[in-house]
Design a protein around this ligand. Structure first.
Ligand code: UD1
Length: 371
């Protein structure tokens, strides 16, 4: 039996894999920890999951829970039932959850009831919009996690306002920047624009997957029409999330995009391919959380098609702006005219966040053993 501290690291959906990877590598490099990767299976398509494991040097998970898709309750419930079984068998000393997907909150709830301490990486972010499933997941997870690792001071302020004890909060910085730095050489050696046949042209990169944007016909149709108009100004490359592809098909909107010569639709890309594309883009149009941060780091104009953001620092310091679909064309023109404000990189977005998490965990363990 090992004397090491056994840590379960939970990965579930595409944006989790990037966050888990630097922490996995940093914990593995420390002799005090024995890390077990748990994949809940929320994302399961090869290009939504395995491609990320391959890119990020993650091993096959120690536990694969195979929950798949479903309604929120089905997905959350399945993760709880399956992770409870795993956690009861293996009794980790700590469990680390990341981000704000359904699996994040589900695992945190299981741990809280089994008295397994939980750390939440990317804690404290708040959009203030409880109609977003992620906001509910953030609130639930932060209420019950023992250790809250935050990316920026606004997150600390949110938690303090909610009455969280300062001792539970640790500002560690943005883990997504660690992922980028971990892969920088390979990203810079890749040219996705060439692979996709758009080399030598100026282009914008588009991603859309938020239910509020893509599920209902009205909003999706409006966005599709705006993208078609915008593409007359700037060629667009659009890797399509499976949720969005299904909705485009169901609402009969896919063909208009497919028939445009100015919009290049692609399958979801791996992490390295996608970051190579963003690096080469004139701007990003997105409703993703992570891309708001990555573009701030890379100083690429980001037009976020949402009424709010849980990452306000990307607007106050970074290159991100929240826009309505009808404002897309004007904003693209501002970028093309070279009038977009430059980004300032927030503090602690420096590629050393995973190391700070490991130090924080060690500090917590030492304090607990001294008590
Ligand atoms: C989830 C997260 C969201 C995150 C996003 C990134 C929640 C509530 N949402 O949204 O915060 O930004 O991941 O991608 O946790 N599907 C596939 N193959 C897959 C995965 C999903 O085809 O590998 C399709 C299925 O039709 C599924 C739908 O996408 O029903 C939605 O998947 P789901 O995991 O429920 O949510 P996402 O929209 O991916």
């Amino acid at each position: 039996m090992t004397d090491k501290v056994v840590v379960h690291l939970i990965a579930a959906a595409r944006p989790n894999f990037m966050k888990v990877a630097p922490l996995y590598h940093a914990l593995m490099a420390n002799d005090n920890f024995d890390v077990r990767l748990v994949h809940t299976g929320q994302h399961y398509d090869a290009n939504m999951s395995q491609a990320f494991f391959d890119d990020l040097g993650l091993p096959q998970p120690h536990h694969y829970l195979e929950v798949g898709s479903g309604t929120h309750a089905e997905q959350t419930g399945k993760v709880m039932m399956r992770y409870e079984e795993t956690a009861m068998k293996e009794r980790p000393d700590w469990t680390v959850v990341v981000g704000d997907v359904n699996s994040t909150a589900a695992v945190a709830m299981v741990c809280a009831k089994l008295l397994i301490p939980v750390a939440h990486l990317e804690a404290g972010l708040r959009s203030g919009d409880r109609s977003m499933p992620e906001e509910i997941n953030r609130l639930v997870t932060d209420t019950i996690a023992d250790l809250l690792w935050t990316p920026s001071p606004d997150a600390d302020e949110n938690l303090l306002k909610e009455g969280v004890a300062p001792a539970r909060i640790e500002l560690v910085g943005n883990i997504m920047i660690d992922s980028y730095e971990l892969m920088r050489e390979r990203i810079e050696a890749t040219d996705t624009a060439v692979q996709l046949g758009v080399a030598g042209e100026r282009f914008g990169v588009v991603t859309l997957h938020r239910p509020a944007n893509v599920d209902a016909r009205d909003s999706l149709e409006l966005l599709t029409n705006q993208l078609l108009k915008a593409s007359e100004q700037l060629k667009l490359v659009f890797p399509v999330h499976p949720r969005t592809r299904k909705s485009l098909e169901n609402h009969g909107l896919l063909d208009s995009l497919l028939s445009s010569s100015r919009i290049h639709l692609a399958e979801p890309l791996s992490y390295i391919e996608f970051m190579s594309l963003v690096r080469g883009a004139v701007l990003a149009v997105t409703d993703s959380g992570g891309i708001q941060e990555e573009t701030t780091y890379l100083d690429i104009p980001c037009l976020t098609l949402r009424p709010n953001t849980e990452r306000p620092i990307t607007v106050t310091q970074g290159s991100n702006r929240l826009i309505k679909p009808v404002e897309l064309l004007d904003n693209i023109q501002t970028v093309l005219a070279g009038e977009w404000p430059a980004s300032q990189c927030p503090d602690l977005w420096d590629g050393r966040t995973a190391q700070r998490c490991v130090e924080s965990l060690e500090k917590y363990l030492n304090a607990a053993s001294a008590a």
